[in-house]
Design a binder for this molecule. Structure first.
Ligand code: ADP
Ligand code: MG
Length: 725
């Protein structure tokens, strides 16, 4: 095994940097070249068909068979002109990755010849043989069939010489089996609720779109070193490994100059991403060694999420060309920062107004305050559900680990807006009206215009307002953002609907509109005060303070997921129509299973590596030391000459005994946990018993790493994983 480590290290030294060719020096020349976007539609479709299609996409109305027929042959013609032979429905099952099943355009005809065909029906719907995707029991009770159905709001694209059609994945009975279907429902819910609330301020608003910009953090490691670490290869994280003498303590990596090999990789995947219409804009080094980040310009939320899913896939594929492995795990290396995926979210009207951007006039300010305060109120009401939406076995390592927001959901507003809300809350004279215009409310605090550039940066908050958007920072780097974004849009939709009911009631009672709106806002500010926190979210004081405020701090996934199936949640899902009870319970089950299965795999890998790799290496070294003592004795030296050797032998034995017995105990704990039928109980057992062996075993393995001769140690060390490039 140690041979692998040294071979890998040698390989790293001989790496060359592949040449990266860009289609043109101007990005605008090739941006979206592999996307069947509006321009290509226009080129390949009859004018009327194009108009009808666009209309359907914008209004969300079903697309007629005949139109689909036109669209599919246009797509085929375009794709074939680019050398494409296959098509696939591209979907996002609950495994967290994307799925595809390729079919050829090729079809034999009756004369024994062949034609290339792509029928409208094949575009609109497919039945992938997908019985082994997680379904939480939904499909086993009915026919084991799943359907993928075209999502025309996300354009088709060419990836790996295949025409990919973004689709939703639903069961025979119409239940969602993927991330996209509920997201689309949540988007529709927030559109409806927000558009209605907009009518108070601006009758010209017909549609509100959620927008999202996703910052993606990742680690890079050389492929040879990665392959010499079975734990990284199988679980995505290093289960052992002593901290490198140099880690991130010098803070010299953040925004530092990008190493040449990494730079080539970045350019390469960026080019591919741009060809796919993913508007990547920024790249930089992150805090930890070998950690990086990229971010696109924000887009309509459904598209932003498709693009992020595609980007993760792309980053992985392109990494191979550069002999890198990209690690999207939330915490590949203990002791240094983990990776997140910041979700920058806002609501934008069809008239182009960002509803979370403070306005210049009092009227616009009131509109801003309405959406701002309703979002705060929604998060306050459903903090536990939002927490559940970011819960996973890998994100558990990161949340609250001193470099990422804690598991406590709170909101950071920045001093200025915090003051504005305090002012409204305590203001008594808020109903002072101007004589000439009784509708104009005079007491709206002025929101300073400089806000956008001047918002405080509080990196310790899981949910922060950053000038004209909220940033959900607690999302894990490997997650599908659809999950938290479905929840966020759902709870905001529900909240806005409730807001409208309350305001309308007051108006009916005779209040002027602005007065009614501010009355409810003021009430919400009071009610949701506890969720606001401006201080250091990483501190222990905050955990204590949050507890006093009654905020939840659920550290691990199995119990965090309870909020997904609580009565309160069921109600909000039902009212918004985003999940049926069956769907949310199925999802709960799937997430619990995912949790314990991943821990089960980690436990097995720990067991195997300890037994077959670590223990043999330590024994080998111990034997060498014993031989050395024997030799010293043989030529007449007394014990005072091999004190160090004796000490090493004893140390090795102590650590060996510890890891050997603990691995045995862990296996026993696993056997007990495996017998539990109930998914929640099983997940809790894995969390509280099986997982509790991981850290102690690791501690002793890492001690062995420090003791054993470097030439014998089989696993690439952290200093090599992090710095060898
Ligand atoms: P940071 O300083 O946190 O890196 P940036 O201003 O660079 O933030 O933006 C991060 C992400 O937020 C980018 O993807 C950006 O396009 C996105 N973003 C900016 N404005 C909005 C908005 N109104 N709605 C959603 N996302 C936005
Ligand atoms: Mg950010």
């Amino acid at each position: 095994m140690s041979i692998f480590r040294f071979k890998a290290l040698e390989t790293v030294l001989t790496r060359t940097i592949p040449e990266v060719k860009r289609p043109s020096s101007k990005i605008s020349d090739y941006f979206g070249a592999n996307v069947f976007d509006k321009y290509k539609m226009q080129e390949y479709l009859p004018k009327d068909t194009y108009k009808t299609l666009l209309n359907s996409i914008e209004s969300g109305t079903p697309i007629e068979r005949e139109i689909a027929e036109h669209v599919s042959s246009a797509m085929k013609a375009w794709a074939m002109s680019k050398g494409v032979t296959h098509y696939t429905h591209w979907f996002q099952p609950l495994t967290g990755t994307t799925a595809e099943k390729h079919d050829s355009f090729f079809e034999p005809d009756s004369d024994g010849r062949a034609i290339e065909k792509f029928a409208g029906s094949a575009l609109v719907q497919q039945e992938p043989d997908a019985s082994s995707f997680p379904n939480g029991g939904i499909r086993s009770t009915f026919e084991a069939r799943g359907y993928t159905a075209w999502d025309p709001s996300s354009p088709a694209f060419i990836f790996n010489k295949t025409l990919c059609i973004p689709t939703v994945f639903v069961s025979y009975t119409g239940e969602a089996l993927d991330y996209k279907a509920p997201l689309l429902k949540a988007i529709a819910a927030v559109d409806k609720a927000a558009t209605e609330v907009c009518q108070y301020f601006d009758k010209s608003v017909e549609k509100v779109t959620a927008s999202l910009g996703i910052e993606q953090e990742y680690f890079l490691v050389d492929l040879a070193l990665f392959n010499a670490r079975p734990d990284l290869a199988i679980t995505g994280r290093a289960l052992f490994g002593h901290a490198s003498a140099k880690g991130q303590q010098l803070e010299d990596h953040y925004f530092g100059s990008i190493p040449e090999r990494v730079y080539a990789y970045m350019q390469d995947f960026e080019t591919e991403a741009l060809l796919l219409g993913i508007p990547l804009k920024t790249r930089h080094n992150e805090v930890a060694p070998s950690q990086f980040e990229c971010a696109p310009i924000y887009e309509e939320i459904n598209l932003a999420i498709d693009h992020n899913q595609l980007l993760m896939d792309l980053m992985d594929k392109v990494a191979k060309r550069h002999n890198f492995k990209v690690l999207l795990h939330e915490k590949p290396y203990a002791g240094i920062n983990g990776s997140g995926k910041h979700n920058n979210w806002s609501l934008i009207t069809n008239t182009g107004k960002n509803l979370l951007s403070p306005g210049k006039t009092p009227k616009n300010n009131l509109m801003f305050l309405t959406f701002f305060v309703n979002t705060i109120k929604a998060v306050h009401e459903h903090a536990d559900l939002l927490r559940a939406s970011i819960a996973s076995v890998s994100n558990d390592h990161r949340l609250g680990a001193n470099e990422a927001p804690p598991a406590i959901i709170s909101i950071f507003l920045g001093a200025q807006l915090n003051d504005v809300l305090d002012e409204i809350e305590s203001s008594r004279a808020i109903f002072k009206k101007v004589k000439e215009d009784p509708n104009l409310w005079f007491g709206i605090p002025k929101i300073p215009q400089i806000l956008l550039d001047n918002t405080d940066r509080n990196r310790t908050s899981p949910f922060a307002f950053t000038g004209n958007k909220f940033e959900l920072r607690a999302v894990g780097s490997s997650a599908n953002s659809a999950n938290p974004m479905t929840i966020l849009n759902t709870i905001v939709a529900d909240q806005l609907t409730k807001f409208k009911v309350e305001v309308d009631k007051l108006i009916k009672k005779g209040d002027k509109k602005d007065v009614a709106i501010l009355t409810v806002i003021k009430k919400y500010i009071k009610e949701s005060k506890d969720i606001r926190f401006e201080g250091n979210g990483y501190s222990d004081e905050w955990a204590a303070e949050a507890e006093k405020r009654g905020l939840s701090n659920i550290k691990t996934t199995p119990k965090a997921l309870d909020a997904l199936v609580s009565e309160k949640t069921e109600k909000v899902f039902e009212d918004t129509g985003v999940f049926s009870k069956r769907e949310s319970h199925a999802r709960h089950e799937i997430l619990l299973e995912d949790y314990f299965k991943k821990l089960q795999i980690e436990a097995r890998v720990i067991g195997d590596l300890v037994t077959n790799v670590v223990i043999p290496a330590a024994i080998k070294y111990q034997t060498e030391v014993i031989e050395n003592i024997k030799g010293l004795k043989e030529i007449g030296y007394g014990p005072e000459f091999y004190q160090a050797q004796t000490y090493i032998i004893e140390e090795l034995s102590a650590h060996l005994n510890f890891i050997k017995t603990n691995v045995q105990d862990m296996v026993e704990a696993r056997k007990v946990a495996n017998k539990i039928e109930d998914a929640r109980e099983k997940a809790i057992a894995y969390d509280e018993t099986v997982k509790s062996f991981f850290e102690p075993i690791r501690y002793h393995v890492d001690k062995l790493e420090l003791l054993v001769d470097d030439n014998i140690w089989p696993l690439p060390k952290f200093r090599e994983l992090l710095f060898a490039k």
